[in-house]
Design a protein around this ligand. Sequence first.
Ligand SMILES: *[C@@H]1O[C@H](CO)[C@@H](O)[C@H](O)[C@H]1NC(C)=O
Ligand SMILES: *[C@@H]1O[C@H](CO)[C@@H](O)[C@H](O)[C@H]1NC(C)=O
Ligand SMILES: *[C@@H]1O[C@H](CO)[C@@H](O)[C@H](O)[C@H]1NC(C)=O
Ligand SMILES: *[C@@H]1O[C@H](CO)[C@@H](O)[C@H](O)[C@H]1NC(C)=O
Ligand SMILES: *[C@@H]1O[C@H](CO)[C@@H](O)[C@H](O)[C@H]1NC(C)=O
Length: 426
Amino acid sequence: MPRNGLAAAFAATAVVLLGLACTAAAAAVTLQTGRSLIPVGGGSPVLYNATRDTAITTQYIDAWNNMNGITYLWGSTAPDFTYGLGEASPYNPAEKFRTLLRFDDAHSYVPADAVVQSAELTVTFINYNFDPVLVQACFMTRPWAYQGGPSYKTVGWAFSGWDGSASVPWTQPGAWADCSPNVNISFVLPSNGAYGYVSQTIALDPASVQAWLPSNGSANYGLLFRAVNGSVSIVSSQWQKDAPALRRPALSIAFSTDPADAPAPAAYPVTLGTVSRTWWVDPTGDDALNSGHSDSPFKTPAKAVFEAWPGDKIYLKSGAYPGALNILRSNITLQSAPGNWAVVSSPTNDPQQAVNVITLRPGANYGVIQDLEITGGFSYGISFISSTVEGPSHWTISNVRIHNTGSSSIKLSDKAANIIFSNCDI
Ligand SMILES: *[C@@H]1O[C@H](CO)[C@@H](O)[C@H](O)[C@H]1NC(C)=O
Ligand SMILES: *[C@@H]1O[C@H](CO)[C@@H](O)[C@H](O)[C@H]1NC(C)=O
Ligand SMILES: *[C@@H]1O[C@H](CO)[C@@H](O)[C@H](O)[C@H]1NC(C)=O
Ligand SMILES: *[C@@H]1O[C@H](CO)[C@@H](O)[C@H](O)[C@H]1NC(C)=O
Ligand SMILES: *[C@@H]1O[C@H](CO)[C@@H](O)[C@H](O)[C@H]1NC(C)=O
């Protein structure tokens, strides 16, 4: 774009923003902690490049930690904080570990008079089990958070030192007496072999998130997680080992200062499950430090393909990206982000590392590749590879331009059935 065009574009943006300032504004924010804990014994918090630095408490629930959120400060030099869900306590096998998650200062990021239109929570679990595990969560109705020292009185959960009458004995699995009956969160967490990590996104009830905001968050009691029929781990807000921004919990809130934008009230009770996620990729992004949210994009499509689960979308901002992508999971959409145009390329002279620009593996079905330019590859632009029993089936390839490949643009194999090409230039 010529310089003048750029200047004109900025001027137009400014006008739009002024227009918004005069009326009501819709906005979105992703809350994620960029802070490592203050090291044991004191010192400055270590900052890294996260989406948004906010305070998030993840609290491990077991009898020996007095139900007091004390783990917020414990062992802060360890690199890999994960908390258990579902595992039996070594001190009392009848007790099952649970974890509480609270975005402590959500109210600082959303104006008190705004309406929450939608909210999306991303949490990473680790499931090395062979089987999937049923995970549930709820909105807490009682305070539990660590409040600056052993202050058992603030804990609504029954524990050995709790003298209140509320709450079921915490040794009971679940302790749902402290949960809002309005919203149950329930989903089956897939296993992910030796890699373990499974990032899940849950669309939260907007009104329940709204209730976290008034009076400086005084009724923000967070969410309780439990595993029902197996044991898994949840990655805490203190996670420091690798890709902290990707693994730590994140909450995205879309809000508006126009009361007319309030969503229709939900018909309670509602049961919420996981929703698909959009992973953002930008040539200026970062695979190691960023979270894949729109304001914290990855750098390569390969990283997004690796993290995406069935139903997820991968949005590529305009630019050129390396190919040699291997899609192994079903129901993945790969495309240029709306209003953008991305080019995915591989060299034509590397039969080891870049046979195809995009390889679709057997069992990866119902995917979509659209609005994309694909160039190069020693052999093919898109190769559908079949095993003896199955191929990648039910793919839709639309508005895709494939050119300058080493061999053909597309290679279909015998079991790659029900593939639709529309509006492609190949
Ligand atoms: C964060 O970003 C800045 C500027 O791009 C960079 O200098 C710094 O090294 C980054 N921090 C980490 C922990 O990589
Ligand atoms: C747990 O329950 C879920 C949903 O009912 C099921 O898919 C999963 O296989 C179960 N896992 C185990 C370990 O029993
Ligand atoms: C919220 O906190 C601010 C700053 O501490 C204080 O001035 C204000 O009165 C508080 N508002 C409410 C509703 O508690
Ligand atoms: C939520 O789950 C609890 C425990 O399984 C159950 O007692 C309650 O009825 C459920 N509420 C809704 C709204 O499904
Ligand atoms: C993929 O989508 C198809 C069609 O909507 C659906 O039948 C299938 O269960 C989905 N598979 C996965 C793994 O999500």
